[in-house]
Design a protein around this ligand. Structure first.
Ligand code: AQP
Length: 337
């Protein structure tokens, strides 16, 4: 007799810190790409508030940003019925596994993380232990769900590599426990640069008002920021070394329109930078307008957002607990019935 088995769906995990207003970097590097997975993968998308407190946050603002980030996930197209959407601090297993994995991560490994080095410079008066062990918490987020694929921007790849090393090390000592995850980097938009300093990554916590375009910026603000974007003294719209500002605008335009560099170069041939900047601004503003209006609708319905949070964390907690029990058993912790 022939038996048919349904292949097991693979698992996706990713998240964003509610550490500020989300930028088009966060959007293009991560959340915009998540929807494509919802039909074929088991997807968990988390608002990673535990990560956010590695930098000092105003409590009322953190609370608001947590709702906003969840609302943006949904406004960007994620269906809460098809994806598990939840808040990290609602599932205690993240912090619990993180402690365990701290004991399987080397000081030297964490010292090499470029994000730690960058943030230590940026927040020199608050280089706390959490900032240092941030990548272990991130490994725990991923490994708790036996994640196969982690869609992130390029800046997070070093942390994914470390998660793979931690999983491999644990598996080698105790036998197969964790799925070893792969990073998934989008083709366009994996690293969006600041509009004010195009050699620097665009970040939600940048204090320069012209550096970052936020998903929720008004149309006028978006157009103004793109008009002011730092470029160079050339006038030809083409991708080339040394044209960081124009390269970045081409990347953004391409990520929103799907056009190739050759198509963009042809479209703006002989038109100059001013014309190009207006076109990029209008394209971004048009693409984000429906996200903004859906966001406004969702933020007016806190009860709905809380239902999504509760349902999501119940599903996530169930899966996380299974992995955590396995880990506790393997390392020799007692678990009375
Ligand atoms: N500039 C970017 N281009 C492409 N992707 C980006 N991501 C962040 N910046 C860019 C991706 O967004 C996801 C969520 O990031 P995060 O909130 O976990 O932290 P981050 O990488 O530190 O992002 P920010 O915006 O720079 O936040 P702050 O200022 O708080 O540190 C990740 O997938 C990330 O790769």
């Amino acid at each position: 007799m022939e038996t048919s088995t349904t292949p097991q769906r693979k698992t996706i995990f990713s998240g964003v810190q509610p550490s500020g207003m989300l930028t088009i970097g966060n959007y293009l590097g991560s959340i915009k790409n998540w929807k494509a997975f919802e039909e074929t993968y088991d997807c968990l998308y988390c608002v990673v508030d535990l990560h956010a407190i590695t930098v000092r946050q105003d409590p009322a603002m953190l609370r608001r940003r947590t709702y906003e980030t969840l609302a943006l996930y949904i406004a960007s197209g994620l269906d809460p019925e098809k994806n598990t959407l939840f808040v990290q601090s609602h599932v205690p297993a993240h912090a619990e596994l993180s402690w365990v994995l701290n004991c399987y991560t080397m000081f030297g490994e964490l010292s090499r993380m470029t994000q730690f080095k960058d943030k230590s410079r940026k927040y020199a008066s608050n280089i706390n232990a959490g900032l240092f062990t941030y990548p272990v918490l991130m490994a725990s987020d991923i490994l708790l769900y036996q994640t196969d694929l982690v869609p992130v921007g390029i800046d997070q790849m070093q942390h994914i590599e470390l998660s793979r090393d931690i999983a491999g090390r644990f598996n080698q000592i105790y036998g197969d426990t964790f799925t070893v995850p792969e990073g998934f980097i989008p083709k366009a938009g994996a690293k969006i640069m600041s509009l004010a300093e195009p050699e620097k990554k665009m970040s939600k916590s940048d204090t320069n008002g012209n550096a970052s375009v936020y998903i929720l910026d008004s149309r006028d603000d978006i157009l103004r920021k793109f008009k002011r974007a730092v470029t160079d003294s050339d006038t030809v719209v083409c991708r080339a070394e040394g044209k960081d500002g124009i390269n970045n605008l081409m990347t953004i335009y391409s990520a929103f329109t799907g056009k190739s560099d050759a198509e963009i170069e042809k479209e703006f041939e002989g038109l100059g930078y001013g014309h190009f900047k207006i076109a990029v601004g209008e394209t971004v503003a048009d693409a984000l307008a429906p996200v903004r209006s859906e966001f406004d609708r969702l933020m007016a319905d806190k009860a709905y957002l809380e239902t999504v949070m509760k349902n999501g964390s119940a599903k996530a907690a169930y899966l996380a607990r299974k992995t955590l029990s396995k880990v506790y058993r393997k390392i020799g912790f007692t678990q009375p019935k």
